[in-house]
Design a protein around this ligand. Structure first.
Ligand code: HEC
Length: 173
């Protein structure tokens, strides 16, 4: 009986003095983390210049220039085909043809110079006068791209004016 009373006193004491612990504030609701995006496989890009340097034969180099040149001609930022047309015939009186004339393209240095520095002032091609503005592309295209696009022009639409290398272009810069 004495033991029970003692226990009751103890319990009463405990209950009175020890405040029930205040519950810890609920952790702020965090938005569920977004699922990690699936890793995108990194595209293995070979620097075209490295590819170019690895080409051994003239045939390989010419095929490379024609392929890249066509892409630059038809789809670079200021695609040459927009003005000179896909068939290289230009638009009489507005944009001179590249097909069948070499007077204004000349050798690699002259041709590269026109693409790098642009061309303004009156010229005559096949008896038609042009006095337009060919916008300089030197900042937009690198040496290999310019070599490619002029090589493409020199060897398309029946033209047979030889190939130009990135070295030829670099020499003009
Ligand atoms: C916005 C129109 C336009 C674009 C794009 C353009 N050209 Fe021209 N290009 C001209 C005009 C106009 C001339 C003639 C300039 C003049 O009258 O002096 C010309 C002249 C030339 C010539 C001189 C020879 C000739 O007789 O045709 C060459 C070569 C040439 N462009 C190459 C290119 C190449 C390569 C590209 C693409 C990298 C290109 N052009 C993009 C308008 C353009």
């Amino acid at each position: 009986m004495r033991t029970l009373t003692f226990a009751m006193i103890l319990l009463a004491g405990c209950g009175g003095e020890t405040a029930a612990p205040t519950p810890a504030p609920a952790p702020e609701a965090k938005p569920a983390p977004a699922p990690a995006p699936a890793p995108v496989p990194e595209e293995v890009k070979v620097d075209p210049m490295v590819e170019w340097d690895a080409l051994a034969t003239e045939d390989e180099k010419q095929a490379f220039l024609l392929k890249m040149g066509e892409a630059v001609y038809t789809s670079s930022a200021l695609a040459c085909a927009t003005c000179h047309q896909v068939n290289g015939e230009g638009v009489a009186g507005a944009f001179p043809p590249l097909k069948g004339q070499k007077d204004h393209m000349g050798d690699c240095a002259t041709h590269a110079g026109i693409v790098i520095n642009g061309l303004t002032g009156e010229i005559e091609v096949d008896g038609v006068k042009y006095n337009g503005v060919m916008v300089p592309q030197g900042d937009m295209l690198n040496d290999l791209e310019i070599a490619a696009v002029i090589s493409y022009e020199r060897n398309s639409w029946g033209n047979d004016y030889g190939y130009c290398s990135p070295k030829d272009v670099k020499a003009v810069r």
